[in-house]
Design a binder for this molecule. Structure first.
Ligand SMILES: [Zn+2]
Length: 74
């Protein structure tokens, strides 16, 4: 799946190719060349929480909270 974006020359914001103005600063970008969006670079369009996979707590932490599910059979 390929996605084309227009890079704002003013603030480097990645805007959809159909956009004529920058979504961030309002810079006129209709004359900018649409380029293929680089893969893996989603930091500008997605919440940072989506990339925080390395901060996932270990599964053992779930065993320390038996009251969470109400399972008293432990
Ligand atoms: Zn901009």
């Amino acid at each position: 799946m390929s996605e084309f974006v227009r890079i704002c020359p003013k603030c480097q914001q990645q805007n959809p190719e159909y956009e004529h103005v920058c979504q961030s600063c309002g810079q006129f970008i209709a004359m900018e060349m649409a380029i293929q969006k680089p893969e893996g670079d989603k930091a500008t369009t997605t919440p940072p929480v989506a990339e925080e996979t390395h901060t996932t707590p270990p599964p053992i932490s779930e065993q320390k909270n038996p009251q969470h599910s109400g399972n008293t059979a432990f």
